[in-house]
Design a protein around this ligand. Structure first.
Ligand code: ADP
Length: 164
């Protein structure tokens, strides 16, 4: 059985993340979307909120599971008998960091292969931080995040609601 993990901040999940999740779920028997909990990194949404957003938008993908982890990805990988790490690549700017991470992970755990999926052309410029900046000014984020979480994001960020 192939069991992939897709780790990230998902602060919050965007249409770009969701597109990668759907494609990876088609490629592997099981896909765990892993919310990283890093106490040294400031996130706008708590780990529980980020997981709830993911649960809401992935409810209809049967082989997707949502989990969180506050340690090294390779430790989770080993403990949970995973076979592949999935990462999304938007532009060359993602590449250097992701390339480095893939090599470090492989060094720490030789079984940990990273598979990169290219973002589709519509998601290439999309990031969680861009979504938060638009939302903070009450802008329309409906083209960038799944419809099921648009209201939640505005309520949580306590800004003027504006939907597409
Ligand atoms: P961000 O850089 O937006 O904070 P995350 O840490 O949540 O992203 O990203 C988790 C993974 O998803 C990374 O591999 C990242 O490159 C990828 N990713 C992020 N945004 C997109 C997108 N719009 N399209 C495809 N992949 C993405």
């Amino acid at each position: 059985m192939t069991k992939a993990i897709y780790p990230g901040s998902f602060d919050p999940v965007t249409n770009g993340h969701l597109e990668i999740i759907k494609r990876a779920a088609d490629m592997f028997d099981k896909l765990v979307v892993l919310v990283s909990v890093n106490p040294n990194k400031t996130s706008s949404f708590s780990a529980e909120e980020r997981m709830n957003f993911l649960r809401k938008v992935c409810y209809d993908i049967p082989n997707v599971e949502i989990d969180s982890f506050d340690g090294l990805i390779v430790d989770y990988f080993r403990k949970n008998d995973c076979t592949v790490i999935v990462k999304g690549l938007r532009a060359m700017s993602d590449f250097e960091y992701e390339f480095q991470m893939a090599h470090v992970n492989k060094h720490l755990c030789p079984k940990a292969e990273t598979v990169f999926l290219c973002a589709d052309s519509q998601s290439t410029y999309l990031s969680s931080s861009m979504v938060k900046q638009i939302a903070a000014f009450g802008g329309d984020i409906s083209a960038f995040v799944p419809a099921a979480i648009v209201d939640d994001i505005f309520e949580r960020l306590d800004t003027t609601k504006q939907k597409g």
